[in-house]
Design a binder for this molecule. Sequence first.
Ligand SMILES: Cc1ncc(COP(=O)(O)O)c(C=O)c1O
Length: 405
Amino acid sequence: MEKITRAKRMENIHSDIRGTLFMEAMEMQAQGSEILKLNTGNPAAFGFGLPESIEHALEHHIREGVGYCDFKGMPKARIAICEYERSKGIRGITPEDVFVGNGVSEVISFALLPLLDKGDEVLVPSPSYSLWGNSVYMADGKPVYYICDEKADWYPDIADIRSKITKRTKAIVIINPNNPTGMLYPREILLELIGIAREYGIMIFADEIYDRLVMDGLEHVSVASLAEDIPVVTMNGLSKSHFLCGYRCGWMVMSGPKNLTEDYRQGIVQLTSMRLCANALAQIVIPAALEDMETPFSMVKPGGRIYEQREVAVGELEKIDGLSFVKNNSAFYIFPKLDVKKFHITDDKQFARELLHETNILIVPGSGFDWNCPDHFRIVLLPEAGVLRDAIKCMGKFLDGYRQR
Ligand SMILES: Cc1ncc(COP(=O)(O)O)c(C=O)c1O
């Protein structure tokens, strides 16, 4: 028998959040080192506990999740999701337009697979959470990365997007707020992006998983609420807002002109029905979670953990010579820039490895977010303020005098 090798489509797949460096960190941990894992946005790992609203919903409805449920999702869950998305201003949708999945991670594939033929292009932000680029590759498509401009608060660079549209462009991905930048886009930027979609006849994928984690009095606007005439698939879930990463609970809702998307929708029906249903236990909590906005909102206002931890982190980062950053206004990530000349950095993975071995702190280098300069890294701002302060101080010490060889 010959060796069994990976399919060609795996060549470009990279998952650096849990990649080689993570494995190395796990190895160090197994040998007794205490590793501070600032690599994943997993609130429960940092003491964000099960919200009471969710616990009650589980207690009262646990028996409802025993059998396979509707392949699109439990009716009660879809009604609640539909109401939530309508409350965000998305018009013309019904619970029939909602598909529930095992996390946004799963619904992304349900959205891409029925759309793309080999070589079709999807505009994906750089930097962005690598699931998006990876999922386009997995669907035999080609991610074409458009720049989000650090000098303009990490907003998408409209000219760059225009220059990258070709006859093969099928869709544009808008992640708002974005990961790893933790930045929210204002209405004007969304309108410009929608204008491009309208002009070139491309559909929009809107990943809005951080929409309830917006700080500084800002308001999240759903792309689909401004784009009634364009097919938009809006994605969201409970991993971040209610800290339920492990429940694997996400959804997508299709809006826009139904007459244009009926065939595509049938593709989604084929895929979702093929896998029977999403985890029913997780769906049981959706109505309660979407009524409980206090859980996310209490975290992002002054005094709330996510807000206060960001304040502490930013205060410490400001003290580090050779680092600059845009203060994040959403989510729990920041994406600082290293002075490449000062530190002689040519390889961000090497930087992250050296940081890990010297300080026991695990971060993800910018290249893990499809950012193609070796000058950035992402910090997860989820640890308690004191831990975060010490960790960033420690990074500062490491960087003091650091020169890559
Ligand atoms: C932008 C973005 N989309 C999707 C996901 C995955 O979410 P889920 O846990 O619902 O699969 C993440 C996780 O970090 C994310 O940052």
